[in-house]
Design a protein. Structure first.
Lengths: 570, 1069
């Protein structure tokens, strides 16, 4: 009995059993190595959430959400309603519970969480390493908040790791003034840590594009200030970047590589989330999670509807179409022969049909090609105009060889040039002209501006930054910065008048198109033609006062957080 | 009656001092029962002395006593009788059965209590209820025997343990089984316990009774007491033998050739062309189930030695079981050798010691089932009748088989390089014939025989479990017990599989070899006092104690996979020791330990056998893997009271005992917990070291690059996490009437379980996708009713006992951030099970079919006019024979949001019936059990595999222009509709009644047996699980489910219960 009593008193200690294979929160976040490890985790979260926010594996929300509402693209596919997650965004049919909106919103805050873990735990760090880690995390956090502000106007500012029970509220007074304040906070954050950041060693320093540098901080500050309408501040932030010798536009002949494996780390890239090909990492051990391989599938040309495909191209689901009016304006601006036009969009006839190489080419002459049943469009390409997207199209070699390691581009020098040029144009500062001209000349465009005008910058940006998430946010911003609601004209009818591309060699269609007459007889040679469709008689298109900003996720935010106010119109 | 004799083993007589002396006389006589049968082992005591004896096999006794003394004749289960000697030398006595066993003692956890004093709801099962059953585990043996308990026999496979549910389903997790205690030892299963070793089982149903086990008792407690030796007379030896012939009880109602072809035509498939293209000879009509199952035998031997005296007792039993299941071949086997060794000894008047031990060696092989892929059982259901079992030669091969055989299959090119020829990839039977696969469909199984042949998994182990205890009796009325319990277990698994090709869906391109060794060491130490004091009409008893548990496990596993893993693949090479260095290997080991500490106590006060109140309390603490140091303690109180109305004078004086023998009212409230849901430091957040990575630098450009492993918190900490807690109210009534012939027991309970663990998504701004909170409540309510009638008419004794339990289960709360939790899905069917407020847990979530359209129906506008398409044509909504699914959200489209509650896997009613007859030397038992109110959802139709076989029900009941009143739509209209196949049209009633046992026994005349020194011998035949009354067209409705608590009633093809013809002999020497 005595033994029992003695034993009992000792028992409670036996309840303390340490967990295996982990270290405690308290024991971590101490050393320089811990800081580097925490920062690597933050980059990991960043890379995953820019490629596949919330594990979305079909389409990349970061690319889809900021590009598809633009007035330059169609959400396409095998038929209308195919890939409807993209169609909803493109045609402004989305609502607060649309998956892509929710995923992206969550994704940005996960990036912020990763950054805050570094910042909270090392903000008082005294070593250079710890200071640098905090600095990189703060710029990462600023960028995520900037994108959130651009997308959602006044999302909550989360500047520390939150408790599980937290119910944050919209930033400031949840109005336009607060929106600008939040963007300025982003710029201030980026500029505040400049001294602690590394600088890209040289324009050949590929490694320096895979982490956050001074150059990226300047880019974030400049973009945030432009978005907030602070032209002087933006110029000051961007000037060191555009004049830096560490970055350079690639020549026109290499203009497309920046979006492909071969261009990773090139002189134009400021920052891209790195996906490595390191043999130590297994395919699904965190590698695929950072890639947009399925997105590349979706945006690939719908080659199974074609009789053959150019050898260099990786086929796909045909999920992106180029708007005819955009293509026409692009060709008019650049000229058909510009390097940029050829890199960004391809004309089906003749470029895709005859000029690109097919494995079946052999010694075929052009005339033979024109009559060959091994090329052309067998059925139809829904959502495609005469031009197909080429800029971000996966190439067969990079796909077959390594479909999964394409880095997620975040910032490149061309955008910084155009942001700087815009700030100059708005302040009558001719210093910006050289940068506008650099873009135009590099593109091989027939349009090279003699004077710096805002319109010229806007036009140039429309073409240069095609499919880089700029167009729709720019339209929204210009609508209030220039008090010009006509910028939305190109969006009002999104979802109406969708083209379908046919080849009369295979298909004589009696589709009742809008602008074309039915073609009832097949031809002996390939004749590519467009039939416009009215696939959706319901409510589609941009509504001013509502669609400028995305809604806060309904079920994930509004239903469980009474402190949040929904954006106007939603 | 023989069994009643066995009960003498628990009778314990007080040892009284010798204090009288008188003139002695030798008394002889015989003791018989009411039926005139001699009673052996009747205890005869000269009152006031320790002088006594027992009757022999013929009921005779001889005892020398004082001539003026009084003899007490007592025998467990019979009313005692006192006879004054008065100088007589022959005293013959007839003892009457004590029908009500009024002072039956029940085990209640750290003590015992007279059944008449119980104030909680405790179900009790005696050895008699477990007698001569063909079931091989203790849990299965209680099915249908008591109310409030559901026994789930998930499968009929050999060695498949049964699961017990006490009063409903109280958790959204899989942890819904009761706490199991054997002789005071907490065990993780009771499959090792042969029912023949069990003296009694008590199930603490209400929370007040279970509360003494606190945080582990939220799902009820099952207390098992194994047999002990008799302390009277000579010991005995018992040998039991059972030979069971088992066979498939019910063939699945799948289509034969003719039905299959007809159904394909009804579905609109061009079966005739298919048949022609595949060289059908017009004859093949394979009945896969008949080919897959064959009758087999189960052998059970049991040898028991027991004996004892007033100082000590021993019980030793050896059991052997060999069950080779009904699937052809030796791939479904359960073998068990177990021994139970119990002994106790009274060393001093104030000190007793004892030990109970069980040693078990087991071995299992099992076939795959309950799965949509690579399942033997699913293959037997889904393989088409047009495919033979074997291909005679290569000419009959499918194209894929031919290509593989001829080394043309590129998937196996690497294997070819390693020396494996394509011809070796085609599976053959031992007689050299090739296993056939369907030419009509590439299903996921190939052939059940291929799946069977490929199964090389073996599992085996040894377990030793036991307790050693010491009862210290320092002063009168007080006993201190110290009890050490232990469990030691070893088990090993081995598996090997090689590459094969059956079809594109059923193949393996790699070798795989794995093994694991698991050891466990568990001990518990419990120390408690029991104090009992009676003063006049007042009785007080108190108990207080503590318990400490430590459970250690150490598991090592290793595996190798790859295209080349061994230098040779002969059977004697298939061990990890021979794996080549180039194989892809993995291994694992992390020893585990868990501990817990508890203090507990009980106070019982009763007055005049009329009023009884009881309070229990337990404080439990668990180790830091479950809860943080701040939250580790939990407190579990309970209260109960009973009022024996029949002992009140106003009843006693006015109602005859012949009319109302006993009437007792009980009420209780208690709180229990379920700590099993908490594991692995769920409350805390630690750093997942190196779980992330980021690389600086572009590696494939040849620049310098640097891979850095990142670390971050493993999740969002929820330090306030706690276990599930159940509060339960129970009100019960026990009554006996008509001279105890009729007994009635009714309980009503209401059990609310709170704080279920659910995974929620916190607000996204936190940046962590999900976290676990206590966020769900479940309410279980029901009635437990037991009715018994027993009587004797001349030589015929008979009894009828029935019990039934109702269950209403409902989720009453779920964290507002989640509308419902969905279970995992299936390949094609959109059926899910869901956990949602206002519904029973894990109800079936699917579509509802309103009706079958009988004519073409067109879309209409709001004004009633026909809607027209662009071409001016009316838009067809339904064709005749189409299913009309209910559009719950009214958006005009049937989508996933239009799913609703279409059934529940858990029965609303569970019942059992036992009829026993005895006439002279014959005895007869009929026992059955059933359920009602549950549904079965077969996932046996694949819209993506048109040439899979399925239930003929779908053909026979489909709408055709000739059969417009059919209950299923046009087969052609729904052949590709995952929505229809996830609708209530595919929900079947799960009601069944199964005759579990129909047994006739004959006890050989004792006079005859005596000549061969046998004291008792009984032979019997029994037909177990022979008849099942059901409307379910699949296999056994009882096993038509998965084992997962989250997917109850979902039939994925389960090993069915076999029907058994049992021949048995019991011999006692």
């Amino acid at each position: 009995m005595c033994a029992a009593v003695l034993f009992v008193s000792a028992c409670e200690d036996k309840l303390d059993i340490p967990q295996k294979g982990v270290i405690t929160y308290e024991d971590f976040y101490q050393t320089d190595d811990d800081a580097e490890s925490a920062l690597a985790a933050a980059y990991d979260i960043f890379a995953q959430n820019i490629a596949r926010p919330q594990g979305e594996y079909i389409i990349c929300p970061y690319i889809a959400l900021f590009n598809l509402p633009g007035d330059d693209v169609y959400a396409a596919g095998e038929f209308y309603g195919d890939n409807d997650f993209a169609g909803q965004i493109n045609e402004f049919r989305f609502d607060a519970n649309t998956q892509l909106v929710t995923s992206m919103y969550k994704g940005f805050y996960q990036m912020i969480y990763g950054a805050n873990l570094v910042i909270d735990n090392f903000k008082d760090g005294t070593t250079a390493v710890q200071k640098r880690c905090v600095a990189e995390a703060r710029v990462m956090r600023a960028w995520a908040h900037m994108m959130l502000a651009i997308g959602w106007r006044c999302p909550p500012l989360v500047d520390q790791v939150l408790e599980g029970s937290a119910k944050p509220t919209n930033y400031g007074n949840n109005d336009h003034a607060s929106h600008l304040e939040l963007l300025k906070w982003c710029a201030d954050e980026a500029l505040a840590v400049m001294g602690d950041l590394r600088e890209r060693a040289s324009k050949n320093d590929t490694k320096g594009t895979t982490y956050i540098t001074k150059g990226f901080a300047q880019y974030v500050a400049g973009k945030a200030l432009i978005s907030a309408g602070d032209w002087t501040g933006a110029k000051a932030a961007l000037k060191p970047l555009v004049t830096s010798s560490k970055y350079e536009l690639v020549p026109g002949a290499r203009i497309r590589e920046t979006f492909h494996l071969s261009g990773e780390g090139n002189e134009e890239i400021i920052f891209a989330a790195n996906v490595c090909n390191n043999p130590a990492i297994s395919t699904w051990g965190g590698k695929m999670q950072k890639t947009i391989w399925m997105h590349m599938d979706i945006w690939g040309w719908r080659t199974d509807h074609m009789a053959g495909k150019p050898a260099s191209v990786q086929g796909g689901w045909g999920g992106l179409g180029v708007r005819q009016d955009f293509a026409d304006a692009f060709v008019a601006n650049d000229g058909y022969g510009s390097a940029r036009r050829q890199a960004w969009i391809k004309k089906f006839d003749p470029e895709i049909l005859y000029e690109m190489a097919y494995t079946t080419d052999g010694d075929m002459t052009l005339d033979e090609k024109k009559k060959s049943a091994d090329r052309g469009i067998k059925s139809y390409l829904y959502g495609q105009s005469e031009y197909l997207m080429y800029k971000r199209l996966a190439d067969a070699d990079e796909y077959a060889d390594n479909p999964h390691t394409l880095n997620s581009l975040v910032a490149r020098l061309a955008e910084a040039y155009l942001l700087y040029a815009e700030a100059c144009a708005r302040t009558n500062d001719n210093d910006g002209l050289q940068y506008l001209n650099a873009i135009q000349n590099r593109a091989g465009s027939q349009t090279v501006s003699g004077t710096l005008t805002l319109d010229a910058v806007k036009t140039e940006k429309r073409f240069e930054m095609f499919l880089e998430g700029c167009r729709f946010p720019d339209l929204v911003r210009w609508s209030w910065q220039d008090n010009d609601k006509t910028v939305f004209n190109g969006l009002i009818n999104s979802g109406k008048n969708v083209p379908q591309l046919y080849d009369q060699f295979f298909q004589a269609t009696d589709d009742k198109g809008v602008s074309n007459q039915p073609r009832t007889t097949k031809t002996d040679t390939h004749v590519i033609y467009v039939v416009m469709q009215q696939p959706n008689q319901g409510e589609v298109g941009f509504k001013a006062g509502k669609h400028e900003y995305f809604p806060y996720p309904g079920a994930a935010v509004m239903a469980i957080n009474p402190n949040m106010k929904q954006n106007p119109g939603w | 009656m023989n069994l009643m004799k066995k009960l003498t083993g628990i009778l314990l007589l007080a040892v009284l001092p010798v204090c009288a002396f008188a003139q002695n006389v030798t008394v002889k006589g015989q003791v018989k029962d009411d039926a005139g049968e001699p009673l052996m082992l009747v205890n005869i005591l000269e009152l006031g002395t320790s002088n006594g004896t027992v009757t022999d096999l013929d009921g005779n006794y001889t005892l020398t006593v004082a001539s003026n003394s009084t003899l007490q004749f007592s025998f467990m289960g019979y009313q005692s009788r006192d006879e004054a000697v008065n100088g007589r030398t022959t005293i013959n006595v007839t003892l009457s059965e004590d029908a009500e066993l009024i002072d039956e003692v029940v085990v209640i956890g750290y003590g015992t209590q007279r059944k008449s004093d119980l104030s909680g709801a405790v179900a009790s099962i005696r050895a008699t209820d477990l007698k001569d059953r063909s079931v091989t585990n203790a849990a299965a043996a209680i099915q249908g025997k008591v109310s409030g308990i559901q026994v789930l026999n998930y499968s009929g496979a050999p060695g498949q343990g049964s699961q017990i549910r006490v009063r409903g389903y109280s958790s959204n997790s899989g942890n819904i089984g009761p706490l199991l205690i054997v002789d005071g030892l907490q065990v993780d299963n009771i499959q090792y316990l042969d029912p023949s070793m069990i003296e009694s089982m008590e199930i603490l149903k209400d929370a007040a009774s279970a509360a003494i086990y606190g945080a582990r008792a939220g799902n009820g407690v099952v207390l098992i007491t194994t047999k002990r030796g008799s302390d009277k007379g000579m010991g005995n030896i018992t040998y039991d033998f059972k030979l069971t012939h088992q066979s498939l009880a019910k063939k699945p109602g799948v289509m034969n050739r003719e039905q299959f072809i007809e159904f394909k035509k009804m579905q609109g498939y061009d079966i005739d062309s298919e048949l022609a293209n595949n060289g059908d000879d017009g004859k093949i009509d394979t009945d896969w189930a008949s080919e897959l199952f064959e009758p087999s035998y189960v052998k059970q031997h049991s040898l028991t030695f027991q004996g004892g005296n007033q100082q000590g007792r021993f019980f030793m039993s050896l059991n052997y079981l060999n069950n080779n299941g009904i699937v052809v071949g030796d791939k479904d086997v359960y073998k068990r050798i177990s021994a139970q060794i119990n002994a106790d000894y009274k060393i001093k008047n104030w000190l007793s010691i004892g030990t109970n031990n069980s040693i078990e060696r087991w071995e299992t092989r099992s076939v795959s089932h309950m799965s949509e892929t690579s399942s033997v059982l699913m293959a037997a259901i889904q393989n088409d009748p047009l495919t033979p079992i074997y291909f005679k030669d290569k000419s009959e091969f499918t194209q894929g088989m031919t290509d593989t055989y001829n080394n043309l299959n590129p998937e196996f090119a690497d294997l070819k390089a390693n020396g494996l020829d394509g011809s070796e990839l085609i599976m053959k039977a031992e007689d050299g014939r090739y296993y056939a696969v369907s030419k009509y469909v590439d299903n996921d199984h190939g052939s059940p025989f291929i799946q069977l042949a490929r199964n090389n998994q073996t599992q085996s182990g040894v377990s030793v479990r036991g307790t050693a205890f010491l009862d210290f009796n320092p002063i009168k009325d007080l006993i201190f017990t110290s009890r050490l319990g232990y469990r030691i277990s070893f088990s090993n698994n081995h598996n090997y599989s090689d590459p094969f090709y059956a079809n594109p869906m059923s193949k393996a391109v790699e070798y795989s070899l794995s093994a694991s060794a698991n050891t466990g060491l568990y001990y518990q130490w419990e120390n408690f006092f029991n104090y009992n004091k009676t003063i006049g009409r007042n009785t007080v008893s108190a108990m207080a104690g503590m318990s400490f548990i430590e459970n250690r496990s150490d598991n090592v596993n290793g595996s190798a996979t790859g295209k080349s893993i061994l230098p040779d693949y002969a059977e004697n090479f298939r061990f990890l020791s021979f794996v080549t260095t180039s194989a892809n290997k993995s291994f694992g080991n992390a020893p585990g330990v868990s501990t817990s500490l508890a203090y507990f106590g009980r106070l019982v006060y009763s007055y005049d056998n009329r009023y009884n109140v009881q309070a229990n309390f337990r404080a439990d603490a668990f180790d830091s893997s479950k809860l943080s140091a701040q939250n580790r303690w939990g407190y579990f109180p309970s209260f109960s009271a009973a009022w024996t109305i029949s002992n009140e004078s106003f009843i006693k004086d006015n109602i005859s005992r012949e009319a109302l023998s006993s009437l007792k009212l009980r009420a209780s409230w208690g709180r229990n917990g379920n700590v099993n849901v908490l594991n692995n430091y769920a409350y805390s957040t630690s750093i997942s070291k190196g779980s992330n990575w980021y690389e600086y630098g572009i590696d494939h450009n040849g620049a310098d690059y640097e891979l850095v492993y990142g670390s971050k918190p493993s999740g969002l900490a929820n330090p306030s996490l706690k276990w599930e807690t159940s509060d339960q109210i129970d009100i019960g009534l026990d009554a006996r009437f008509l001279g105890d012939r009729l007994s009635v027991s009714v309980d009503w309970y209401k059990k609310l379980t709170k704080d279920l663990l659910v995974s929620i998504n916190p607000v996204p701004e936190i940046g962590v996708a999900s976290t676990t909170v206590n966020g769900g409540d479940i309410l279980n309510k029901g009635f437990d009713v037991e009715l018994g009638w027993r009587d004797r008419v001349g030589d015929l004794g008979y009894s009828v006992n029935t019990n039934f339990s109702t269950l209403k289960n409902e989720v009453t709360y779920l964290d507002p951030t989640i509308s419902r939790i969905l279970s995992g899905g299936y390949y094609v069917s959109q059926i899910r099970t869901a956990f949602e407020v206002g519904n029973p847990i894990w109800y079936m979530y699917g579509y509802k079919m309103d009706r079958i359209a009988q004519e073409t129906e067109y879309k209409k506008n709001a004004d009633g006019s026909f809607a027209l398409d662009g071409g001016g044509n009316k838009i067809v909504l339904y064709n005749a024979g189409d299913p009309v699914l209910h559009d719950f959200n009214g958006d005009g489209i049937i989508s996933e949001e239009d799913r609703t509650n279409i059934g529940q896997g858990m029965p609303k009613l569970t019942y059992g019936l036992t009829v026993s007859l005895d006439y002279k030397d014959f005895d007869f038992t009929l026992f059955g059990t059933g359920v009602a109110g549950n549904s079965i959802f077969p996932v046996l139709f694949r819209t993506d595999r048109p040439y899979n076989n399925t239930l003929d029900y779908y053909r026979a009941n489909s709408w055709t222009p000739e059969n417009t009143g059919a209950i299923l739509p046009n087969a052609a209209a729904v052949k590709n509709s995952p929505q229809f196949w996830a609708s209530d049209a595919n929900v079947f009633k799960g009601n069944f009644f199964k005759f579990k046992q129909i047994q006739l026994g004959y006890t050989l005349p004792k006079a005859m047996l005596r000549k061969v020194s046998i004291s008792n011998m009984r032979v019997y035949v029994s037909f177990d699980d022979f008849i099942t009354i059901t409307k379910y067209p699949g296999l056994d409705p009882e096993t038509a489910t998965t084992t997962s608590a989250q997917q109850l009633g979902i039939d994925l093809g389960t090993y069915p219960t076999s029907k058994k013809a049992v021949f048995g002999v019991n011999v006692t020497f």
